[in-house]
Design a protein around this ligand. Structure first.
Ligand code: DC
Length: 206
């Protein structure tokens, strides 16, 4: 069974995808991490994320980079969003994601275009979303919880900008796949959101 979990940043899709993978005994791929690694590698190369040649050159990042905590930072997230608009970057990362989706027994992948581009044949497609204000609040809590100084208004502006870029790019824009179940987590706590997702998968796969 392939489970596609798409949605905007800080919607809870990563938490939900991880929980679904554990519950159904499937391997999980956070595809945003691949774009984050490209964004980080561009910076390490001294390149420009808006330049398609620099961004493509960064797709050859070493796998060790995927474990670097810096990939979780807001700065790298912004770079990831910028490199992800380039079709050549999306093509370069396609095979790896597609192979993961097609492994025997299935997989859970989360990202922006899993249900639309990477695995349109997924048996279950979820689109996880939440209001911008709530997503900013979660990101702020997560950052301050890790001892990082954070400005809520600035985070909200960044999230809105990232949504705008991810939804309006020409190649594989962020959107709910046809037939996807939309799960709005704005008023749901973690456990309630995970329970709703598990219930949705159980219904959809039958
Ligand atoms: O899910 P995330 O915040 O880690 O993703 C970072 C950026 O990577 C996001 O703003 C857009 C891009 N991305 C993408 O274009 N397609 C994916 N499948 C996953 C992420």
């Amino acid at each position: 069974m392939i489970i596609a979990v798409d949605g905007p940043t800080a919607s809870g899709k990563g938490t939900i995808a991880k929980a679904l993978a554990a519950h159904f005994g499937l391997p999980h791929l956070d595809t945003g991490l691949l774009y984050r690694a490209v964004g980080r590698q561009v910076a390490l190369n001294g390149g420009n994320p808006d330049n398609p040649v620099d961004a493509l050159a960064a797709c050859g990042f070493a796998d060790d980079l995927l474990a670097d905590e810096i990939l979780r930072s807001e700065a790298v997230g912004g770079f990831a969003s910028r490199v992800s608009v380039h079709p050549a970057v999306r093509r370069a990362l396609f095979d790896r994601q597609r192979a993961f989706a097609l492994q025997p027994g299935g997989a859970v992948l989360d990202g922006r275009d899993i249900g639309t581009v990477i695995a349109p044949e997924a048996q279950v497609k979820l689109f996880v979303t939440a209001s911008v204000a709530e997503r900013a609040r979660r990101r702020w809590l997560e950052m301050t919880g890790r001892g990082i100084a954070a400005d809520l208004a600035a985070i909200e502006r960044d999230i809105a900008l990232r949504d705008e870029r991810d939804m309006n790019r020409a190649d594989a824009p962020l959107m709910a796949a046809p037939g996807a179940l939309v799960l709005d987590t704005t008023t749901l706590g973690r456990d309630a959101a995970v329970a709703a997702a598990i219930a949705a998968v159980a219904v959809h796969r039958s």
